[in-house]
Design a binder for this molecule. Structure first.
Ligand code: F6R
Length: 242
């Protein structure tokens, strides 16, 4: 695992650089997309490179990490909507070039299986962008998640719903209680993992991720077993590293 400590703006440039080099080498690459605050500057940088430097996403595809269950299709915080706004529309991706788990499916286990099959049919994820929760989750694999898990329904912890209430006008009750999320096993199948974390509130999770024992209670620690994992953190998020 490679750990890089740098100011937040530089982290975004470094992460975008990984995607940029991949796309220039493999124009039909599959890019794994996280939502939340952590990747936003990365998406800004990728959109800038698309607009100003000719970085082409024309043959690439995106696969989202997770989706809330039950948010209406037109809800602004539905992850599909967020990804459309923050990255897909800015790099010229048509709707069919981006896929996410279907949080509105009548049969969620079937939708989870279909999503796994779609990722496999695309040849797997080349680079997966990740954030990390304060409780150590990646995607929405909350503490206690099986280290071998695949895409499935999960219950969001109170902590995660409180952390995400800021996207729902501060109202924790407005945050959905369930999600569909890629499993830890699904994420580990990606060929390169690039995780970003900034701010003091992520310091304990980053400490566990890098220095803790591999444990389902800190799900991100499974990344220690990945052959190509890059962890990009600012000083504050690195504050508890030994
Ligand atoms: C979102 C996701 C989550 C977030 C994590 C950190 O798709 O997979 O694991 O990355 O909750 O969220 P932020 O970046 O908002 O602190």
């Amino acid at each position: 695992m490679e750990v890089v400590i740098a100011p937040a703006d530089e982290l975004a440039v470094l992460a975008a650089g990984h995607v940029d080099r991949l796309l220039r080498r493999k124009p039909d690459a599959v890019i794994g997309l996280a939502t939340g605050s952590s990747p936003l500057k990365v998406y800004d940088e990728l959109a800038r490179r698309h607009a100003e430097e000719g970085l082409s996403f024309a043959r690439a595809r995106g696969f989202m990490l997770d989706e809330y269950v039950g948010l209406p299709a037109d809800h602004p915080e539905r992850y599909r909507t967020v990804i459309e706004k923050e990255i897909a529309s800015r790099v010229g991706w048509a709707p069919e070039q981006v896929q996410g788990p279907d949080g509105l499916a009548a049969d969620l286990p079937a939708a989870s299986r279909a999503y796994e099959q779609a990722i496999a049919a695309a040849g797997g994820v080349d680079v997966q962008i990740l954030g990390i929760g304060t409780d150590g989750h990646i995607a929405f694999n909350e503490p206690g998640s099986s280290l071998a898990s695949r895409t499935r329904v999960k219950t969001l912890t109170r902590q995660t719903r409180e952390d995400n209430a800021r996207f729902f006008g501060g109202d924790v009750d407005a945050v959905p209680t369930h999600c569909l999320t890629q499993g830890l096993g699904t994420i580990m199948d990606a060929r390169h993992l690039v995780l970003l974390a900034t701010g003091r509130q992520k310091a304990e999770a980053v400490h566990q991720l890098v220095e803790g024992p591999v444990s389902a209670m800190w799900p991100a620690t499974i990344m220690q077993m990945h052959p190509h994992a890059t962890v990009l953190v600012d000083d504050a998020a690195a504050g508890r590293l030994q």
